[in-house]
Design a protein around this ligand. Structure first.
Ligand SMILES: *[C@@H]1O[C@H](CO)[C@@H](O)[C@H](O)[C@H]1NC(C)=O
Ligand SMILES: *[C@@H]1O[C@H](CO)[C@@H](O)[C@H](O)[C@H]1NC(C)=O
Ligand SMILES: *[C@@H]1O[C@H](CO)[C@@H](O)[C@H](O)[C@H]1NC(C)=O
Ligand SMILES: *[C@@H]1O[C@H](CO)[C@@H](O)[C@H](O)[C@H]1NC(C)=O
Ligand SMILES: *[C@@H]1O[C@H](CO)[C@@H](O)[C@H](O)[C@H]1NC(C)=O
Ligand SMILES: *[C@@H]1O[C@H](CO)[C@@H](O)[C@H](O)[C@H]1NC(C)=O
Ligand SMILES: *[C@@H]1O[C@H](CO)[C@@H](O)[C@H](O)[C@H]1NC(C)=O
Ligand SMILES: *[C@@H]1O[C@H](CO)[C@@H](O)[C@H](O)[C@H]1NC(C)=O
Ligand SMILES: *[C@@H]1O[C@H](CO)[C@@H](O)[C@H](O)[C@H]1NC(C)=O
Ligand SMILES: *[C@@H]1O[C@H](CO)[C@@H](O)[C@H](O)[C@H]1NC(C)=O
Ligand SMILES: *[C@@H]1O[C@H](CO)[C@@H](O)[C@H](O)[C@H]1NC(C)=O
Length: 418
């Protein structure tokens, strides 16, 4: 990994944990080594980074402290106020900012793929993700082309929208801990939860690889109104996410509608952190709760993994989790019935003891007990003990679970390509 990559990995790892005010699991590299490496960092990067961080800091002091203190303590044993100044002094400005930029990026267009390239330091055509999306030629169904937007390591402080008229776009990042699109809207600041997404995908056939989507709005206290903060809304059909990160607290991943595939993804949140009415398969994903830790034996519930929103029998939406893991902090349910026909299956998934024994919730509407479909199959770990589950949770048999177990669940043969 390049020096730049290492630095960003550190910063994004801290971002990723910022939502958790309790644990900072920052890696602790050798700080004198880091100091030397800093001398090679591009001063523009530092500028961009800190203009972003400084802006964010004004609105959310506790969070910015969480974010910056580990870096500044690590490097200098001093507060973050002096960090920018000192970093800039350390930077030896020599050579071009783009010397390390890969020479073969962007590749030439082929018959089937156009390439666009985003770099925060201006080493290729676009400096923001949205400007690259804006440059994609949309609305020409006959083109039958994919546009690959190659996005260099960096934290992109912007709100990104991929409109319905621009199908077949790929976001290719450099790793979910080194490339991230970050914003901080809330339900209040954006006329509703549905519009709070840092990234919003309305187009079909969207693909993202090795990139993170984050919402860094302040963590709401329990019961707060209007504080939901979506990291991404996926409202286009046939979308796929490989090796991606989704970071937020309440309502992180708005898996809104259409057929979607998630592979090897990391999804963090607190309440209803995967919600929506899509038909989605999550394979080998890590689901991480950041709800407040709860004393052993306490009855309080302070988080929920899913809130699936299927409203009627006639829809065929549902969330299926296969070979995933559920862990983190708090005392949480696997799902609650946002709408009457809420449909969620966990198979071959490891669950820690943060899962409350009853497992599921009907949204305080007992009539939904008859209509929801909540299934578990061959799961493991302390949280998977079904003895005390709500009566409407089903231990599925082989026949019942089979439609949920592979990519045929989302008609993948019609569209899913690696
Ligand atoms: C940290 O790195 C420096 C420079 O490479 C080295 O001299 C020092 O021994 C390292 N310290 C530790 C604790 O590894
Ligand atoms: C997001 O951050 C900006 C810049 O610091 C701030 O002005 C804004 O109030 C924040 N929005 C929310 C909803 O916290
Ligand atoms: C791409 O287009 C060129 C020119 O039209 C054609 O010669 C070539 O065979 C095409 N390649 C593929 C792989 O279709
Ligand atoms: C992108 O940049 C390259 C070289 O920097 C330039 O030749 C090309 O015209 C640019 N393309 C667009 C679409 O701006
Ligand atoms: C998008 O891809 C699909 C499937 O490959 C294709 O049918 C469609 O024509 C493409 N759309 C555009 C605008 O290229
Ligand atoms: C994504 O990152 C992983 C791990 O760094 C790497 O093995 C893989 O090749 C990358 N894939 C893509 C499509 O970028
Ligand atoms: C959202 O707006 C409502 C009504 O104005 C207010 O009561 C609430 O405190 C706001 N929430 C946040 C998180 O700012
Ligand atoms: C299950 O998930 C683990 C951890 O993510 C992964 O290493 C393993 O390959 C997955 N197994 C299958 C069959 O996909
Ligand atoms: C499952 O939970 C029940 C009730 O708490 C308990 O009696 C049983 O020992 C547990 N089973 C396992 C395998 O831990
Ligand atoms: C699985 O469960 C369904 C519904 O309860 C039942 O109709 C079916 O016979 C079961 N199949 C097997 C193989 O046990
Ligand atoms: C996927 O599962 C279905 C059963 O629902 C089965 O018919 C099909 O053969 C499976 N496909 C693959 C590729 O395993």
């Amino acid at each position: 990994m390049s020096i730049l990559g290492k630095f960003l990995t550190l910063v994004i790892a801290i971002f990723a944990t910022l939502a958790s005010t309790h644990y900072i699991t920052t890696p602790s590299p050798n700080s004198s080594l880091l100091k030397q490496e800093y001398q090679y960092y591009y001063h523009h990067l530092i500028d961009n980074l800190f203009s972003g961080l400084t802006t964010l800091s004004s609105s959310s002091p506790p969070i910015i402290t969480t974010l910056l203190e580990p870096i500044s303590q690590l490097l200098y044993g001093q507060s973050h106020h002096n960090l920018k100044h000192n970093l800039k002094e350390l930077i030896r400005v020599g050579g071009s900012i783009c010397d390390d930029f890969p020479p073969d990026i962007p590749p030439s267009d082929t018959n089937t793929t156009s390439f666009l390239c985003v770099d925060p330091n201006g080493c290729c055509n676009y400096t923001t993700v949205q400007s690259a999306v804006d440059a994609v030629v949309g609305g020409v169904p006959t083109l039958n082309k994919r546009t690959m937007i190659w996005i260099n390591s960096g934290i992109y402080f912007e709100k990104v929208i991929v409109p319905r008229t621009k199908p077949n776009i790929t976001f290719q990042g450099q790793g979910y801990l080194s490339t991230a699109i970050v914003w901080n809207d809330t339900a209040n600041s954006s006329h509703g939860t549905f519009y709070s997404g840092s990234v919003q995908i309305f187009a079909a056939n969207f693909i993202a690889k090795n990139i993170s989507f984050m919402n860094v709005a302040p963590i709401p206290s329990p019961g707060a109104v209007g504080a939901q903060a979506v990291a991404i809304r996926i409202a286009g059909d046939q979308a796929a996410f490989w090796g991606c990160g989704f970071f937020g607290a309440q309502d992180t991943l708005h898996d809104d509608r259409g057929r979607h595939y998630f592979k090897d993804c990391y999804i963090q949140g607190s309440i209803d952190f995967i919600f929506g009415n899509a038909r989605s398969l999550y394979e080998s994903c890590q689901l991480s709760s950041i709800a407040n830790p709860v004393a052993l034996g306490a009855k309080v519930i302070n988080g929920v993994v899913t809130a699936h929103g299927r409203a009627s029998k006639d829809e065929n939406s549902g969330f299926s989790f296969v070979n995933c893991s559920v862990g983190g902090t708090g005392r949480i349910w696997l799902g609650r019935a946002w709408r009457p026909f809420s449909t969620v299956v966990f198979a071959y998934t490891q669950m820690t003891d943060i899962i409350a024994p009853e497992g599921w919730n009907d949204f305080n509407d007992p009539t939904r007990d008859q209509t929801v479909f909540y299934g578990e199959y061959m799961c493991g770990g302390a949280g998977a003990n079904m003895t005390l589950r709500v009566p409407y949770a089903q231990r599925l048999n082989d026949t019942q679970v089979s439609p949920f177990l592979n990519a045929s669940f989302i008609d993948a043969d019609q569209w899913l390509q690696q």
